[in-house]
Design a protein around this ligand. Sequence first.
Ligand code: ATP
Ligand code: MG
Ligand code: MG
Ligand code: MG
Length: 565
Amino acid sequence: MRTSQYLLATVKETPADAEVVSHKLMLRAGLVRKLAAGLYTWLPMGLRVLRKVERIVRDEMDRAGAQEVLMPAVQPAELWQESGRWEKYGPELLRLKDRHHREFCFGPTHEEVITDLIRREIKSYRQLPANFYQIQTKFRDEIRPRFGVMRAREFLMKDAYSFHADVASLEETYRVMYETYSRIFARLGLAFRPVEADTGAIGGYASHEFHVLADSGEDAIAICSNCDYAANVELAPARAPVGKRPAPAQPMQAIDTPGQHTIDEVSRYLQVDASRTVKTLLVRGTGGVVALALRGDHELNAVKAEKLPQVEKPLRFVTPAEVELAAGCEPGSIGPVGLRVAVIADEAAARLADFVCGANANGRHLVNVNWGRDLPEPEVADLRNVVAGDPCPADGCQGTLSIRRGIEVGHIFQLGTKYSEALQATVLDEGGRAVVMPMGCYGIGVSRVVAAAIEQNHDERGIRWPDAIAPYRVALVPIGYHKSPAVREAVDRLYADLRAAGHEVLLDDRNERPGVMFADMDLIGIPHRLVLGDKGLANGTIEYKARTAEAARELPLASLLPELK
Ligand code: ATP
Ligand code: MG
Ligand code: MG
Ligand code: MG
């Protein structure tokens, strides 16, 4: 591609509203443009990267035997009513009405649609296991879209859903997906970490997240100094073994924590409407007891319980760091209890079972809001915060935990029969009996990966793409293209030769000063740069510089092609 014929939308100034480096660089390098909050247009340069990520994801999913489908983005309300999520999902679900006043939503995820499809199409255990995926646009009406495409409202996700005749088969596919994800993120050139995770609003048994480690990450990850153990700090150390049927929900004993307050008291202190305050309070942080109250509209108020009367303004729950700030705790001191309860407090998202310690059902007693559906009850002893320096919970490991920040780029779940039961998705087993299919689901934030890759690969001059996802592999910068016919001829020939050899080349044929062209190519982050001018031509050499190298070097023109392999 020639830059003179390309929308090279680079800008020098750092955009004022961009907080994190990937957002700044995506705007400056001309990869994306904002249309409205959480809505982005991918410009040609950005789209090339996005498509490359997509291609690697697709390639590995196909290799793992998954079958690609494409489901509608808009989904009928009836299916969500059948699963129970129409009521429970909350304001992140964008609801729409058509001209006949029928209700729809713009899909934030596709469990309902795929389960509906499969209950119609698959009848026998012989057709299982089967894994279906799509790469498709999702919409989530995020309370705080930010960091550009990292937390957008409309974004591109690869989502896959597997169906099984039994739990052993689900576990096997889960293992294959775990490996597939590891291959995908390795091929993308990212430093990543699979971590034990919480099952979120999707629900289910076992779950891992794949995190790209970066300081700007919104998640806190506990990593062992001595073994492979890594967990999202939202996660309780105790986890239910897959396939083991949980005990029925039982109210827990009231935990007599210092500073315990009733929901009415907290609501009054926080000046929120008690009837709209979802029933949760009292979480322990190392900086003291933290009370958390979540309102029906997903707003969380956090205060140090001892200081409740002094609270002036309710705080929206955004990140653990903000909760810590509000509660006056040490950074990193809010552990899983606080976070888990904060999310669980919303009945809509109340499938986050294991760390419920303070759901206050009747204004006095601490009961387990949503326990028993998928997981066994926790021991009260498990209700603790994970903080840096804690011993690793892995059996036989002597290590201690450190807390790092991560960007969640992938998430795999063993769903169990949550959706297949609700939608009655059954197959006939060997004996001709109808069995409900256990399911798994597997997501990758394709567009988020692009931002995460930049968070990990940049310097003061711009992006440093890993080869696998660079928009172009080679930047060809002529010196004197518009003045010297010899340079023009040689550069045009080299451009054609490079392309014929299979290289993706961006030829900067603009009539610009070399400094401007170098700065743009560095900003865009093309891994290999070639500079050719009259001097080189006379010597039969070309200047080569890797984006990651300190200095350029001269190569004989003749040996360029083999060198670039
Ligand atoms: P998060 O914790 O960041 O809100 P999530 O746990 O809600 O993500 P999942 O339901 O697990 O997300 O969806 C699968 C993947 O989709 C996530 O791992 C993430 O990479 C991506 N994703 C989720 N929300 C967004 C978003 N608002 N913008 C971009 N990517 C997203
Ligand atoms: Mg989310
Ligand atoms: Mg998450
Ligand atoms: Mg997730």
